[in-house]
Design a binder for this molecule. Structure first.
Ligand code: 3PG
Length: 377
């Protein structure tokens, strides 16, 4: 991976910068600008070198969303930022032609064109034709083999932006923890987390599995899970992982009737979940157990909420954020809800590194690389 710093000539050169613009938006306004702030060092560097900076990125999964609210938020951070309501074609080329050296332009959501997700060579070519150089600074999407992630770098001289470089450096460090170490993996979908669990069990002293992810393990070990979300993972795989003494699971939960509100929740031990109840958060004994382990830990890695964060079961996740924030361990964290909890509590400065990646962070930890990074080679 070559650094953006290695680009020799930038004066008046159009540079496509794949940027992490996929941020939460509510009522037309950005509600979490964490990724946008992290995009600034690369943009500032290119501006100072008088490049013509073209920001490309995506928002949402459906391909219908617009980047306009993101543009409005970034306008406050980048003086004179311009916006083009399409991402390719004559109108985009004209907007780029009008860019002065040091100017910055944001193009519309790449996923509005099906060619982005489908990695259509024609769409990749249309994007590549907009500039002379490509800079990858959207670590969060480097696990996707999309046109702007793997297609464009095969067509243009390509470099890694500062954010991508920092992510790779920090997450590589997380793969070689100082022991005693503790990894905490929450959230749902066993299939996406299984490879990372295996990898972490090989290098961490203790791997705690929380959130809905733990439900599959509980079920296979004969404990009741009521009406909780389970991924339906292969019992053989689960049993194999359960056999590893480094794996730790919840001691207690908050449960509630399915679809219940936070107030309807009750605390219970793991052997007492009623058939109509769902496990919605980890309980205080579990958090006390994690706090105790944290005291000795030299490296702590955390990705994924401990409870159903989106539906208001935030207590366990926020308590964990506070515990890690006060620990002396080198702390590396990531994932949408995890970062949201840390931001809400204004604890960002208390963590050694907060990754902008969710799935990308997990994939990097599982494989040690990503398609979007390999494409820069
Ligand atoms: C993310 O938020 O994890 C990245 O931006 C990737 O988004 P995606 O999961 O919609 O591909």
């Amino acid at each position: 991976m070559r650094s953006v710093k290695k680009i020799k000539v930038l004066e008046n050169i159009p540079v496509l910068v794949r940027t992490a613009l996929n941020v939460p938006v509510a009522n037309g306004e950005v509600t979490g600008a964490f990724r946008l702030r992290r995009a600034l060092p690369t943009i500032e560097y290119l501006r100072k070198k008088h490049a013509r900076v073209i920001l490309i990125g995506h928002i949402g999964e459906k391909g219908t969303e617009t980047l306009e609210p993101v543009y409005e938020a970034m306008r406050e951070m980048i003086p004179g930022l311009a916006f083009c309501p399409v991402s390719t074609g004559a109108r985009a080329r004209e907007a780029i032609r009008q860019l002065a050296p040091g100017g910055v332009l944001m193009l519309e959501n790449l996923r509005r064109d099906k060619g982005e997700v489908g990695n259509d060579p024609k769409f990749a070519r249309e994007l590549a034709e907009l500039a002379d150089i490509f800079v990858q600074d959207s670590f969060d999407v480097c696990h996707r083999s999309h046109a702007s992630v793997v297609g464009v770098p095969s067509l243009l001289p390509s470099y890694a932006g500062f954010l991508v470089e920092e992510e790779v450096k920090q997450l590589s460090k997380a793969l070689k923890p100082k022991n005693p170490s503790l990894a905490i993996i929450g959230g749902a979908k066993f299939s996406t987390k299984e490879p990372v669990l295996k990898r972490l069990l090989a290098s961490y002293s203790r791997v705690y599995v929380g959130g809905a992810l733990a439900n599959d393990f509980m079920q296979v070990s004969g404990k009741p899970v009521g009406s909780s979300l389970v991924s339906g993972a292969d019992p053989k795989e689960l049993k194999m992982l359960l056999g590893d003494r480094k794996l730790a699971l919840p001691l207690d939960y908050v449960v509630a009737p399915l679809g219940g509100m936070r107030d309807a929740g009750r605390l219970t031990r793991t052997n007492d979940v009623r058939p109509n109840e769902a496990i919605l958060d980890n309980g205080p004994d579990t958090l006390a157990m994690l706090a105790e382990r944290m005291k000795k830990a030299k490296t702590v890695l955390w990705n994924g909420p401990l409870g159903n964060y989106e539906n208001g079961f935030t207590e366990g996740t926020e308590a964990l954020a506070r515990i890690i924030a006060t620990s002396k361990a080198h702390s590396i964290v990531g994932g949408g809800d995890t970062v949201a909890a840390i931001g809400k509590l204004k604890l960002d400065a208390k963590f050694s590194f907060i990754s902008t990646g969710g799935g990308a962070m997990l994939d990097f930890l599982a494989k040690g690389t990503l398609p979007g990074l390999d494409a820069l080679d």
